[in-house]
Design a protein around this ligand. Structure first.
Ligand SMILES: O=C(O)c1ccccc1N[C@@H]1O[C@H](COP(=O)(O)O)[C@@H](O)[C@H]1O
Length: 204
């Protein structure tokens, strides 16, 4: 099970996520309380261990701007959280995670979108970081390949194990569920990753 910790804004949080075993960390390059500048993200990314990959979160951003930021930060993935047309995804040089809201009608054609991974998140006005879960059974008839699925929306250390058992995605993604008073909490990140990866622990 891969784990993505999203909304990293400080070196301290990034290092705590890496030490806790995060596989991916996300930088939000759109209007959000977790927004970070490309310069700050580049400085954080440059000090991460090679085992941690980086994701840039964008909402309806110009492809040229996304490419520029990806190059500056050294992003491994673009996470598209808006209504980006398929041509935009195809034009990007880094791998693409396309986010879709968990609505029955929207999920029907998701698997035709040209991307590397599908991220299904709770619908919200702010596009993401809602802290709310959705009905995971909606994913059962979506036809999305589980090997390419990232599950997001309201996950936290107490429900991520159940989510992994119910959905069996490639990865889980969390932002607000590992924060205390709006800041990433090292203990919550550690607990979240332990619970998300509990099957690997059994194997040892
Ligand atoms: O985290 C944000 O602030 C954010 C803003 C705009 C788009 C996406 C954002 N984050 C993504 O939101 C989901 C779920 O977050 P949460 O765990 O429910 O708080 C996740 O995919 C983040 O990558």
């Amino acid at each position: 099970m891969f784990v993505k910790i999203c909304g990293i804004t400080t070196e301290k949080a990034a290092q705590a996520a890496a030490e806790a075993g995060a596989d991916l960390i996300g930088f939000v390059f759109t209007k959000s309380k977790r927004e970070i500048t490309p310069v700050a993200a580049a400085a954080i990314a440059s000090r991460l261990p090679a085992s941690v990959q980086t994701v840039g979160v964008f909402v309806n951003e110009e492809p040229a701007v996304m490419e520029q930021i990806a190059s500056k930060v050294g992003l491994d993935f673009h996470q598209l959280h808006g209504e980006e047309p398929p041509d935009v995804a195809k034009s990007l040089s880094a791998k693409v995670i396309k986010a879709f809201p968990a609505e029955k009608t929207r999920l029907e054609n998701v698997h035709t979108y040209p991307c590397d991974y599908f991220l299904i998140d709770t619908p919200s006005i702010n596009r993401g970081g809602s802290g709310k879960t959705f009905d995971w059974s909606l994913l059962q008839e979506s036809g999305i390949d589980r090997e390419r699925l990232l599950l997001a929306g309201g996950l936290h250390p107490e429900n991520v194990r159940e989510a992994v058992e119910a959905v069996n995605p490639f990865a889980v993604d969390v932002s607000s569920g590992v924060e205390t008073a709006g800041k990433k909490d090292p203990e919550k990140m550690k607990a979240f990753i332990e619970q998300a990866k509990h099957r690997e622990v059994y194997k040892k």
